[in-house]
Design a binder for this molecule. Sequence first.
Ligand code: 13P
Ligand code: ZN
Length: 275
Amino acid sequence: MKVLEADFVQGFIRMCSDGWERGWHERNGGNLSYRLKAEEVTEIEDDLNEDGQWQPIGADVPGLANEFFLVTGSGKYFRNVSLAPEDCLALIELDPAGAHYRLRWGLKNGGRPTSELPSHLMNHEVKKAASGGRHRVIYHAHPTNVIALTFVLPLTDEVFTRELWEMATECPVVFPDGIGVVGWMVPGGRDIAVATSKLMEKYDVAVWAHHGMFCSGEDFDLTFGLMHTVEKSAEILVKTLSMRPDKRQTISPQNFRDLAADFGVKLPERFLYEK
Ligand code: 13P
Ligand code: ZN
């Protein structure tokens, strides 16, 4: 089968278009990666090339040895992915040490995988282990309202989680483990990848102050839906804070406990502090 005919490739392209339409991907902002299933590699094997040179990843991910990933290219625009997928996307294979990758398909006009490849792969390694292999998608976007909040809220996991939970009743059900926050760091390297993947041991969402957000999930729907839910909640908070600095009423810690009992989720008590 041709790479472009595979369902996971079509799902990947659709997610890029959906993110672009939501306004989360100005210019080349954001990146997406998907860890292929063994049967998906077999499906497209005939359409892969062998001449890519092994390149250093910039991080060691032995837990992902020999795995294949579909990733967005560095400097490529999400806006263009559906029009020119073979130019904008890269299908890469990792070596047996998880230290190098080589291109097997895509980037037909040259280029390299996203500059955030170390963060994507370190997050994949952590989430693969934590989810028993179920998580396959890592998504980085630049959603406006979450970024705006990083200028006015204290940069702690507790405050971001609690404030965003309060903005929509569905939030604690969609991200019951909470949200992690990374203070401002230089993007694109190993240090920010280490800080983010540490948070991904506990959470499915990590906010990068003054930059954007990372989400992890099992498939494209769940991961896009997670980004969308968090950003929608942030939009409500931005609107609320713009109308008045305090809330007249909100969802209380006891309301959250009642919700958790009814919906069968565990909400860590450290997010249910008295204000
Ligand atoms: P890339 O174009 O290299 O993917 O970088 C975009 C980005 O959002 C960096 O954080
Ligand atoms: Zn970014």
